[in-house]
Write a protein that binds this ligand. Structure first.
Ligand SMILES: *[C@@H]1O[C@H](CO)[C@@H](O)[C@H](O)[C@H]1NC(C)=O
Length: 194
């Protein structure tokens, strides 16, 4: 039994994202749920969306191929996944990825380690950040990819900040929002050239 317990504990629990998320959009300044935390204790969300004239798999793989961010993403200008992650296909729930970002606040760079929480190719992926919970609360990023009838892809990326201390960085919300829009535009430029 001990062995079985240890085995079960080592297996990541792979859950599906709620299908209602397929209709999430960035219209209005609203708090958006994430699959790990829902709306409980949410302080604010930022959300960016863009139509990309590229197939859903191209757009989705661009987000999952974190080793390649350095070649197109000016917001998250570098990412370091575990050493065995070589391509988009290697991203799995439970992995820790170190992200280097620029622009929150303007002119500053920061580094954070997120944990992959959902990967449902090519429709949805999410990662959460819990490393500075005592100071800024916790958060989750969601990436939604929707195939449009004309072969293009609607990309929607949101983050919600949660917890008693989330309000500490509420003042940075406009910086987060601007950075998310920069990234969506970068992704469009990159995916449409592929
Ligand atoms: C988020 O935090 C800020 C700063 O503490 C506060 O003013 C605001 O009311 C909070 N929003 C929500 C929805 O809790």
């Amino acid at each position: 039994m001990l062995l079985l317990g240890a085995l079960l504990a080592a297996l990541p629990v792979v859950l599906s994202y709620p299908s209602a998320y397929n209709s999430i959009n960035c219209i209005g300044d609203k708090i958006l749920p994430t699959p790990t935390y829902g709306l409980s204790g949410a302080n604010f969300s930022v959300c960016a969306t863009i139509n990309i004239k590229a197939p859903i798999t191209v757009v989705s793989n661009a987000i999952l191929d974190v080793n390649n961010y350095k070649n197109w993403n000016t917001f998250v200008y570098n990412a370091t996944p575990p050493a065995d992650v070589k391509t988009a296909a290697d991203i799995k729930v439970g992995q820790s990825i170190v992200f280097n970002s620029r622009g929150i606040p303007a002119g500053a760079t920061s580094v954070g380690t997120d944990i992959v929480t959902f990967v449902q190719r090519p429709y949805f992926a999410a990662w959460k950040n819990i490393e500075n919970e005592a100071f800024i609360g916790h958060s989750e990023h969601c990436f939604l990819f929707a195939a449009c009838a004309d072969g293009s892809t609607q990309f929607t990326h949101w983050q919600t900040q949660y917890g008693l201390n989330a309000g500490v960085i509420y003042g940075l919300k406009p910086d987060f929002q601007r950075a998310y829009e920069v990234e969506a535009n970068d992704l469009k430029k990159y995916a449409e050239k592929k």
